[in-house]
Design a protein around this ligand. Structure first.
Ligand SMILES: Cc1ncc(C[n+]2csc(CCOP(=O)(O)OP(=O)(O)O)c2C)c(N)n1
Ligand SMILES: [Mg+2]
Length: 342
């Protein structure tokens, strides 16, 4: 079977960017902030990788470098008090949704200041008070939890929605189909976001899905479905904004599939032997941060010098988060059995 992506195809349509900005009504400040958040996520992932190599991180890790535009486009479209669930590759989404980077790093290092008091690690960042219902190491696990949260919101007649992010391979699990069916049937306020990075561990999507795009599955569950270039932050934002408006108006659930690519291996045990150089080169040309920076510079919204400064400031923020995490105490041994039972 042919791969899903034509590696020779044009990446951007000339002249599109200015139209997009006008249509979306984003200020220069907001655009630059989106760029800065993408830089922060990239540095966060690189730094987390380095900390792992130094043996400081407990458990494994799934890094999302390359997928920053999905996180930032979605983060801007969601409202502060919307509920949020995530999967194992979720650092970027939490950062874009406003999580405290120091507490995230502390969680990775198993420190008491971490979001789960150092007990969860990279795959378990949760902050229930901030309506962040957590990440999940069970592929597809968050999808059904989102349906439960959506039902609770509907019964309470709340104005918020719940958003859940999951991977392309989670969309092949039974839980995806059961959950979308229920959400479509009961018209629950759930935004389903499938982050299609082409791989579930090492197998390419075209060898795993009978029909693409995944977004077309929405029709079977009576909800709108959209496929979007997940490496183009403004297109992601526009699509997510449409989806958030639809779901929060009470019309029911919505499925968005954002196509993107991860640069690192699946997890820390991946020797990365299954991708061609041509494929990697294609996606490097489509890099979400480079593309957005180039467009901002072309549109005179950012100078190259200012872009470099923003990048350095992002790195500094991450370094400070690491300092905070390293200086934080270990959890008290006496608290070992706390949080085991609810
Ligand atoms: C129910 C279940 N099956 C298998 C696994 C092992 N596993 C962890 S991640 C993964 C691939 C997930 O791929 P995808 O959903 O596309 O997310 P991505 O890793 O690409 O972000 C698998 C099979 C698991 N954690 N849970
Ligand atoms: Mg995947």
């Amino acid at each position: 079977m042919e791969k899903q992506v034509d590696l020779t195809k044009e990446i951007d349509t000339p002249g599109e960017f200015k139209d997009q900005i006008i249509r979306l009504g984003l200020s220069d400040e907001q655009l630059v902030e989106m760029y800065a958040t993408m830089c922060k996520i990239r540095h966060f992932e690189r730094t987390a990788d380095q900390l792992y190599a130094l043996g400081k991180v407990h458990g494994t890790m799934h890094l999302s470098a390359g997928q920053e535009a999905v996180a930032v486009g979605l983060g801007r479209a969601l409202r502060q008090d919307d509920y949020f669930l995530n999967h194992h590759r979720g650092h970027g989404h939490f950062i874009a949704k406003g999580a405290d980077i120091g507490r995230m790093m502390a969680e990775f290092l198993g420190k008491d200041a971490g979001y789960c008091r150092g007990r969860g690690g990279s795959m378990h960042i949760a902050d229930v008070e901030a309506n962040n219902l957590g990440a999940n190491g069970i592929v597809g696990g968050g999808i059904s939890l989102a349906v439960g949260a959506g039902l609770a919101l509907q019964m309470r007649r709340a104005s918020q929605i719940v958003c859940v992010v999951f991977g392309d391979r989670a969309a092949n699990e039974g839980i995806f189909h059961e959950s979308l069916n229920m959400a479509g049937l009961w018209k629950l306020p759930v935004l389903f976001v499938c982050e299609n990075n082409h791989y579930g561990m090492s197998m390419e999507i075209s060898r795993a899905a009978a029909k693409l795009p995944i977004a077309s599955r929405a029709e079977n569950y009576d909800m709108p479905g959209r496929f979007v270039d997940g490496n183009e932050v403004l297109r992601v934002y526009e699509t997510m904004r449409e989806a958030v408006e639809y779901v929060s108006s009470g019309q029911g659930p919505f499925l968005v599939e954002a196509e993107t690519y991860r640069y690192f291996g699946h997890s820390k045990s991946d020797r990365n032997l299954y991708r061609t150089k041509e494929e990697i080169d294609y996606w490097k040309r489509k890099d979400p941060i480079d593309r957005f920076r180039n467009k901002l510079v072309e549109a005179d919204i950012l100078t190259i010098e200012r872009a470099q400064e923003i990048d350095m400031e992002a790195l500094k923020t991450i370094d400070m988060a690491v300092e905070f995490a390293e200086a934080s105490p270990e959890p008290d041994v006496a608290s070992l059995t706390e949080f085991v039972y609810a």
